[in-house]
Design a protein around this ligand. Structure first.
Ligand SMILES: [Zn+2]
Length: 145
């Protein structure tokens, strides 16, 4: 596999993950036709017996789930995640909904992307370190490992 030039590797490792997602987001949202489902408020819809609507989102859902309980139930992963976000939100606001919103933004817009960025950089740096070690090994022994 061909090696990237050092400046290109640096851009790929450190800059691309910060710029490319925003460029894609901008392109998708600004490219005509504009976003067909852009909303400024949470929609209000009537409840339906045959499927979930925004009424389920806004007032709770009584439909039978298709996902396993471990993913969809309030008692397992989903419920624990929501409980955790409410608990974290209490650190930021006495208003339950506001704190929950702040916790959502913090976790999903700051912490999670930061962790993914750190992992991305770590993987590429480790890859380069291993490639350098391999090159030294091949240079010293003349054999591929
Ligand atoms: Zn529903």
């Amino acid at each position: 596999m061909r090696r990237l030039r050092p400046w290109a590797l640096w851009v790929w490792t450190w800059i691309a993950p910060l710029v490319v997602p925003w460029a894609l987001l901008l392109a998708v949202n600004a490219w005509p036709p504009s976003v067909p489902l852009a909303r400024t408020t949470i929609p209000r819809e009537a409840a339906r017996a045959d499927r979930c609507t925004w009424a389920c989102h806004n007032r709770g859902c009584s439909h039978r789930t298709t996902l396993p309980a471990v993913l969809s139930s309030d008692r397992y992963l989903f419920g624990k995640t929501i409980d955790g976000l409410y608990a974290l939100g209490r650190l930021f606001s006495r208003d339950r909904a506001r704190g929950y919103g702040i916790a959502n933004l913090l976790v999903f817009c700051v912490v999670w992307p930061a962790v993914m960025y750190g992992l991305w950089v770590s993987v590429w740096r480790e890859r380069e370190r291993l490639r350098a070690l391999r090159a030294r090994l091949v240079g010293a022994t003349g054999r591929e490992p």
